[in-house]
Design a protein around this ligand. Sequence first.
Ligand SMILES: C[S@@+](CC[C@H](N)C(=O)[O-])C[C@H]1O[C@@H](n2cnc3c(N)ncnc32)[C@H](O)[C@@H]1O
Length: 223
Amino acid sequence: MVVQRFERHRMASGSARAVSDTEFFRLWLRDPLAIGGVLPSSEALGRLITSEIGRSSGVVVELGGGTGCVTRHILARGVAPSMLYVFEQNQLLSEHLRDRFPGVNVLNVSAVSMKRALAGVGSEIGAVVSCLPLLSMGRLPRARILKSAFDVLRPGGALYQFTYGRRNPVPDKLMDRLGLRAELIGGIILNWPPARVYRFTRRRSVAVLPVRSAGSALRRDLP
Ligand SMILES: C[S@@+](CC[C@H](N)C(=O)[O-])C[C@H]1O[C@@H](n2cnc3c(N)ncnc32)[C@H](O)[C@@H]1O
């Protein structure tokens, strides 16, 4: 129903338009765990989560593009559309993102496949901006996504994640296993729900596990 209505509007207008808050809410009603938020992020949250992004970030990857409110802020920081890769597993939202942001690489696949999907991109990925609902995700996909993000990031690169929770959404055990450190870079009260943004980087001198053994180790010992 929502899909049909959205499609009708899209075909009639022939151009990009914002997915309304009501439509986003209806998508959430249909699949709350996958969509993860009742409303798109606020302007303030979009600004905060992209506050350390710029041209020097090189290639930027966004996970869970949704309606594009964070995508827009990444581009506003000076990142060229061709240097931005957006993962959005919802087909309707990914079509909307393609319409709205010509030239941006929108991938309608799960972020779990990030490493494979970005295989041809090279080694210049400086930032991953994640809007994924980490807290409602299964342990294995969450671990895989975080592991893949740090596999694709260049040395010194960072992952930015917002959460509606009161603390770092990555369990301590997984933080240790992946050798990550988290710093809170700010909080936004004027967002529904209020959100916090964390920057994740690698701790110094971490032995990086090969993907296969890390995968099986993660499966055995997931926090
Ligand atoms: C909380 S919404 C955030 C949307 C938007 N970036 C924002 O900040 O308003 C999370 C988005 O992540 C997408 N998503 C959830 N799991 C995903 C996955 N495994 N891979 C790619 N996208 C995913 C959902 O479809 C949804 O659009």
